[in-house]
Each structure stands twice: as structure tokens, then as C-alpha cells.
Design a protein around this ligand. Structure first.
Ligand SMILES: Nc1ncnc2c1ncn2[C@@H]1O[C@H](COP(=O)(O)OP(=O)(O)OP(=O)(O)O)[C@@H](O)[C@H]1O
Ligand SMILES: [Mg+2]
Length: 479
């Protein structure tokens, strides 16, 4: 009816009248907010997935690759009513096909998704203040209760996915727990208490003005349970794991972006930190510390600035764990692992950065008892007294890792007695080998000393002689 030039104006006016007459407010929660993924969208989806199953509305069912459970979701373009403290909230899910893009800096998903929340105007203040916080909290709870934790990796390098996310994730299902971890019980209890204090310590961190984060350095020989310990930590606290592959990160700013995209209640892991970075090249000619990632192109790319050049610098890594950027989220744990703690820069080790240094070492008798219980179901009383005594005698000197021991136990697990005896044999063989090596080394050392001694004596006498002359000369000058 109306001419085209009037249509837009009339639509605008009619919208205003409608809004004025309507007793409802509408809030749009889109999946992608500008360039970033909207966390509220994901939370609403998860929260409604629990309510949708109750009200019997139409739901969409998904099961992610490798996932152990189904995820319910509000079906496309479906709606649902939820009530919160006597207030009614209407949710609607929109899915619109996106028009084909001619040009975009970043590819966007084919569908544009979002939720619309409809609430009475009089409830606006209350809903905005309490309800949305409640939705976020419930979503976090649901995720934790599902026991479905995620393991994230940045193996794609610096490239982002269609939702602007640099991390890829898979469901995390490592079965390691503190019960299955063989280590000194007192150390284990100390660590578990520390983790619990951290997770419950929001108020403490707030009052002391500290960022709510904690750093752990796990060090020790290969096969002593460092990676298993990280899995146990994640399972104990119900946190996600971000496994940061430093060799895939090209610059400090990329590192910072990765950090910004991690969520709270997570463990950020850098495994084998001494191998991911080139320590031979830490000192720049001008004396500044350089911390180049071992990356073929980067080695050729050369220096770069202290920050933001072509390489990751030590200061970039320190900022990542301890600087202002490290608290862009909260409740985060940093874990570094290494086989060679002596190779690490002291700046990385100081408290505040790595709050706890945990040594994972060769199997002790206490740890052995845990392995026997877990692998063979044998308690201390089930093993013959003399065998147990022998095990206790040799275990420390044998210097076997829990990984070596678990191999012997797995191989013989059908016959428990044989498994224990074979383990004892392995201990003895290992101990004997070690003693032989020590004997040979000592012999070699003695031979070397014998060969060097006349020469040493000669050199010493020459030195003394020179010194004597110097003294004489000095005396002469003084006189
Ligand atoms: N302390 C331990 N308690 C129980 N099992 C262990 C322990 N240490 C090692 N294992 C077993 O040995 C295997 C290897 O352990 P893990 O990968 O945790 O060692 P790591 O210290 O991370 O080694 P690396 O330094 O080579 O990365 C695991 O599958 C685990 O079953
Ligand atoms: Mg490991």
C-alpha cells in the first residue's frame, strides 16, 4: 500500500509502538558476538538442555565424537518456558541460514544461531541481575557433573576455526586418579590439600589481592608419572586441560591470544618445557634473555623484539604465567613438566610463578605398595613376609620407574605370585647392573687418576716454582 520511500519509516514507527505497548522485553543472545564466541550462548544451551528434557519439549540430540554421553539441546526454532523464583522466562532458539559470503576476513559458520529471552518488563531488573548469573553457574555445574571434561590443544598452529577459536578439543577420559597414582602418600596428601585449598580459595585470593591461579612444576625422569599426575589433578578438581604446544606458537601475542581464549576452572599444561624451547640461544648479544621456540622457520626468522617479534621470548612466557594477562580469567592452574629441572631459567622457577615444585622420582616402597594394590589387588598382608622384606630392601637401589614396574606387573597379572617374584628378580638384576656400572666407573676413574698424577705433580711443581719466583720478585720490589 505504501510507497517504498515511506516503508522504512513506517516500519520503524510501528516497531516503536509495538515495543511501547508490549509488556515484554526481548534479549537476543547470539552465538557469535562480533568476532568472539559468546560464552553466554553456550551456557544457555547447556542450561536449557537440562530443562528441555524435563518439560518434554522437542529436543535435539547430539553425541560428539568420542563422547560417552548424549547432549540434549533445544531444537532449531523451538521455544521453551522456564521459571526462576516465581518469574517466567520464555526462551526461543533461532537458526537462520547465513547468506553465502562474498568476502570475509574470517570464514563464518553456515548458520546464524541465537537465543531470544522474553521476560515481563517488570521483571527486567531482577532477571538481569540474578537469572543470567544462575544460568551461567548451572551450566558450569552441569558440565562438571557430566564428568565430561575436555582436553584442548593448539596443534592447528595459529589458525582459528570458523568460530574464531584457536583451540581444538576432544573429550578428556584419562582414568588416572590420585588413588591410582603411585607416590609417597604424605606428598600426595599435601598436594591434594593444596589443590582443594586453591579450588575453594576464591575469598582468600580476593582478600589478599592475588590473582586466582597457581603454578606447579613437575620434574623427574621419564616414566615417573608426571603426565598421569596432571590427569589425576584434572579428574580430582573436574577441570579442563589446555595442552599448550609451544612449538606451534610463533609470537608472544599469539601466546597471549591463546591464553585469552582459555576458560576458568582449567589446567594449562606445558609438557617438557626444556625441550619446547631452545636454551642454547637464550642470551642475545646485547645481554637480553632470549627464549626461542624450537621451530624450523623461526630459527631462521631471527631475533624479533623482546615482545611481539617472530619468536616467543622468556618474558612472553613469564607474562603468560605471571603478568597482567595471566589473570584475564580466574581459577586457573599452570603446570609445567620437565625431565631436567637444572636446565630451566631461575626466573621461571621462582615462587609466585611455580608455587610448588614436585619431584616425581623412582619408585619407593610406599609407591610400590600402591602399584601392587592397583595392578594385582594385593595388600601388604597378601605378600609373603620375606618377599616383602626383600622388595623393601632392593626397591630404592634398583631405581626403577613406576612405568617399568607397571610393565612387569601387567605382563604377569594372571599369576600374582609369579608377578611379585618376577618383579623382585627385575629389582635384583637392575641393582646388580647398577653396581657393576659403578665398579667399572670407579676403576676407570682410578686409572685416569693414576695416569694424571705424575703430570699433575709436575704441573703443580712448575706452578709453585713460578709462584715462588713471583714472590721473590715482589719482595725485591718492596725492598
Ligand atoms: N607414579 C605413577 N603411578 C602410577 N602409574 C604410573 C606412575 N608413573 C608412571 N606410571 C605409568 O607409566 C606410564 C607412563 O607414565 P607418564 O606418562 O605419566 O610418565 P611421565 O613422567 O609423564 O613420562 P615422560 O617424562 O616421558 O613424559 C603411565 O601410563 C602410567 O600408567
Ligand atoms: Mg609425560
Amino acid at each position: 500500500v505504501f510507497p517504498p520511500e515511506l516503508r522504512f519509516g513506517i516500519l520503524k514507527i510501528s516497531n516503536r509502538i509495538f515495543n511501547w505497548l508490549s509488556s515484554y522485553y526481548y534479549f537476543d543472545i547470539t552465538e557469535i558476538d562480533g568476532v568472539n564466541t559468546n560464552e553466554l550462548y553456550n551456557a544457555v544451551q547447556l542450561y536449557l538442555s537440562s530443562s528441555a528434557s524435563i518439560t518434554g519439549s522437542r529436543v535435539s540430540l547430539t553425541r560428539a565424537l568420542n563422547s560417552s554421553g548424549f547432549t540434549y539441546g533445544l531444537a532449531n526454532n523451538d521455544s521453551l518456558v522456564d521459571s526462576f523464583n516465581g518469574i517466567t522466562a520464555y526462551w526461543e532458539h533461532h537458526v537462520i541460514q547465513r547468506q553465502s559470503q562474498t568476502f570475509s576476513w574470517r570464514p563464518l559458520p553456515d548458520e546464524k544461531r541465537g537465543f531470544t529471552l522474553k521476560i515481563k518488563k517488570k521483571d527486567k531488573a531482577y532477571i538481569l541481575k540474578n537469572y543470567l548469573d544462575y544460568v551461567m553457574e548451572m551450566a558450569n555445574d552441569i558440565r562438571r557433573k557430566n564428568q565430561e571434561r575436555l582436553l584442548y590443544t593448539n596443534s592447528r598452529g595459529g589458525s582459528l576455526d570458523s568460530r574464531g577459536y584457536p583451540w581444538e578439543s576432544v573429550p578428556f577420559k584419562h582414568p588416572s586418579t590420585f588413588d591410582t597414582l603411585a607416590m609417597d602418600p604424605s606428598k600426595k596428601t599435601e598436594l591434594m590439600e593444596d589443590l582443594r585449598d586453591f579450588a575453594d580459595g576464591q575469598a582468600f585470593y580476593q582478600t589478599t589481592g592475588r590473582a586466582w591461579k597457581r603454578g606447579y612444576l613437575l620434574y623427574g625422569p621419564p616414566g615417573t608419572g608426571k603426565s598421569s599426575m596432571i590427569a589425576a589433578m584434572a579428574n580430582y578438581l573436574g577441570y579442563d586441560i589446555y595442552d599448550l604446544e609451544l612449538t606451534e606458537v610463533n609470537t608472544n601475542s599469539e601466546l597471549r591470544k591463546l591464553l585469552m581464549k582459555t576458560t576458568s576452572k582449567s589446567i594449562i599444561v606445558i609438557e617438557d618445557i626444556d625441550c619446547s624451547v631452545n636454551f642454547s640461544n637464550r642470551k642475545k648479544p646485547n645481554g637480553k634473555k632470549q627464549f626461542e621456540a624450537v621451530h624450523p622457520e623461526m630459527r631462521n626468522a631471527g631475533g624479533g623484539g623482546e615482545d611481539g617479534g617472530n619468536t616467543i621470548t622468556l618474558s612472553g612466557l613469564l607474562n603468560f604465567t605471571d603478568g597482567l594477562w595471566s589473570c584475564c580469567g580466574s581459577e586457573r592452574i599452570f603446570v609445567f613438566t620437565t625431565n631436567h629441572i637444572e636446565k630451566l631459567d631461575p626466573a621461571l622457577l621462582r615462587s609466585g610463578r611455580m608455587d610448588m615444585h614436585i619431584s616425581m622420582s623412582y619408585c619407593t616402597f610406599e609407591a610400590l605398595k600402591i602399584l601392587l594394590k592397583n595392578y594385582l589387588g594385593l595388600s601388604e598382608g597378601d605378600v609373603e613376609k620375606n618377599v616383602l622384606n626383600e622388595l623393601e630392601e632392593v626397591v630404592d637401589e634398583a631405581k626403577m620407574t613406576p612405568a617399568d614396574i607397571s610393565e612387569v606387573l601387567i605382563k604377569n597379572r594372571r599369576n600374582k605370585e609369579k608377578a611379585v617374584l618376577e618383579l623382585l628378580d627385575s629389582f635384583k638384576v637392575k641393582k646388580a647392573k647398577k653396581n657393576r656400572v659403578i665398579d667399572v666407573e670407579e676403576e676407570e676413574e682410578q686409572e685416569k687418576r693414576a695416569l694424571e698424577s705424575p703430570k699433575q705433580g709436575c704441573e703443580e711443581s712448575v706452578e709453585n716454582c713460578i709462584k715462588g719466583n713471583e714472590v721473590l720478585e715482589e719482595d725485591l720490589v718492596i725492598n
